[in-house]
Every structure is written in C-alpha cells, then in structure tokens.
Design a protein around this ligand. Structure first.
Ligand SMILES: C[S@@+](CC[C@H](N)C(=O)[O-])C[C@H]1O[C@@H](n2cnc3c(N)ncnc32)[C@H](O)[C@@H]1O
Length: 246
C-alpha cells in the first residue's frame, strides 16, 4: 500500500515532470502517446460527447470545436471520429503552447483531419476566433489561480456555444485507485508519477466552484471528475462562426 500524501489541500507547489522543459524527450513522447489510454479509462469524454455535444450537432450545418491544451490530441481526434460516425458535421482544432505536444499530436494518424497548432488560447482571442465548443481535459489543475482566470476569460471570448473543461476531482480513493492501476499499466513514461501529482494538484468540486469565474458551473462526474461548463449568451450564439484556426 502507498503512503498516502495529505490530500485535504491542493498540492499547489508540486510539479509534474512533463512540465519541465528539459525533461527526457523520449519519456515525454511516450507520455503523450499513453494519454489516449489514460483518458479513455478515466476522463469520460464518450459520455460527455453523447450527452452534451452530440445533441447540439447537425448533419447539414458544420459546428466547430477547439481543444485547448490538447496534448497528444487523442480527445480532439476521438470527438472528430465520433461525430463523423454519427453522420454529424464537426470541425475540430487542437491547440497547445508546447511544441512537443503538437509534435506528438501530428505524429499520430489523423483520418478525420483535425487541425493541430502550437498556440495558446490568447493568440486565438487576439485573432477574434469563435468556436461552437471550447473544451479542455486535464489542463485546469496545471494552472496558477491567475492562469486559470485568464484561461476562463479566453474561453468565454472564444465560445459562441458551450465550453466544457473536464479535470480530475481530488480524493483519497482517486489516488489509491490510480496508484494501484498504474503499478502495471503505463510503464516507460511520466504517466504514473505525473498522474499521482495531478491528483494531488486537482480541485475538489467546492474548491473549483470558488476558483472559477462566476458565470461558470461546476458539477462532479463519476467516478473522480469535475466538469466546469459555460454556456455563451444568446448574443454570442448569434455571432458568425469563425472557428477553423489554420
Ligand atoms: C496533462 S496535459 C493534458 C493534455 C491533454 N489535454 C490530455 O488530456 O491528454 C496538460 C496540457 O496543458 C497544456 N497547457 C498548460 N498550460 C496551458 C495553457 N495556459 N493554455 C493551454 N494549454 C496549456 C500543456 O502544454 C499540456 O500539454
């Protein structure tokens, strides 16, 4: 059994190994590859797509979606594939300020033509882009309070429909289950150690409610997730879409 760290408070000073610009490039590349398996196991995007995104898509009018902090791009690619299989039109873009992430995203097969760009959200705000959906996965817990506020403001400005951020919800059980599951899974990368650090850095649902801007809604999602969502105003929904950022 692990020695459990104190999970009563966020470990705001703990740092993920992958955030070190000088970390081992091979371990990092393998980390981005393995995110696909981790995300499918823990992040629940299939259900989030089915319940919150798919009902708003159309077979005749294209919608646009941006994945902010897309990492290796697996969630962007999954969303594009699920929409295509459902016969629905969705143009997907993934952005990440880390060129190593975008290199990993562009190395993977991309049959649905997701666009990947080395950018952060503020660069798209500066260019007045708008998307029907603005999403992220496992980004919130990486950010300082000021970075979180800046990201949420950017997302409000970029979003003409719905913004959805999915992240880990901190708990002792989440830590214990991840510790046990990764004893054998996801070797040869930062996935185990950074995952445990990420759980320690992540928010409880009440903490995220306090940290988020007022216009945002926080829900807990089983088993160990928070969903932070924002619905654009009717006025924003009437703006022209301009969301293929290439
Ligand atoms: C743990 S990774 C998650 C990657 C991917 N979303 C996933 O779930 O597999 C966090 C990513 O967030 C990116 N990131 C960190 N701060 C960011 C910011 N302010 N804006 C956009 N992306 C950011 C990092 O570059 C990193 O690739």
């Amino acid at each position: 059994m692990p020695v459990l760290p104190d999970l009563r408070k966020r470990a705001v000073t703990a740092r993920e190994l992958m955030d070190d610009p000088d970390c081992d490039p091979q371990l990092l590349a393998r980390t981005f590859e393995q995110f696909q398996g981790v995300n499918r196991l823990v992040a629940g995007w299939k259900g989030t797509y089915r319940e919150r995104i798919r009902p708003l898509l159309s077979a005749t009018t294209p919608s646009t979606l941006i994945d902010v902090g897309c990492g290796g791009g697996d969630i962007a690619r999954d969303l594009a594939r699920w929409a295509r299989r459902d016969g629905l039109l969705l143009e997907v873009t993934g952005i990440d300020p880390d060129p190593r992430a975008i290199a990993a995203a562009t190395r993977a097969p991309n049959p649905d033509g997701v666009t990947f760009l080395t950018l952060d959200s503020s660069a798209l705000v500066d260019r007045a882009f708008r998307f029907d959906f603005v999403i992220s996965n496992h980004v919130l817990h990486h950010l300082s309070p000021q970075q979180l506020t800046d990201l949420l403001i950017d997302c409000e400005l970029l979003c003409r429909g719905l913004s959805i951020h999915s992240d880990i919800r901190r708990s002792r059980l989440a830590y214990l289950e991840y510790w046990a599951a990764t004893l054998v899974l996801f070797r040869g990368s930062f996935v185990r150690q950074d995952g445990l650090t990420s759980i320690r850095r992540s928010y409880t649902t009440p903490e995220l409610r306090v940290a988020a801007r007022r216009e945002w809604n926080v829900e807990s999602q089983a088993p160990f997730r928070n969903l932070l969502t924002y619905a654009a105003s009717a006025a924003a929904r009437e703006t022209e879409p301009s969301g293929t950022a290439d």
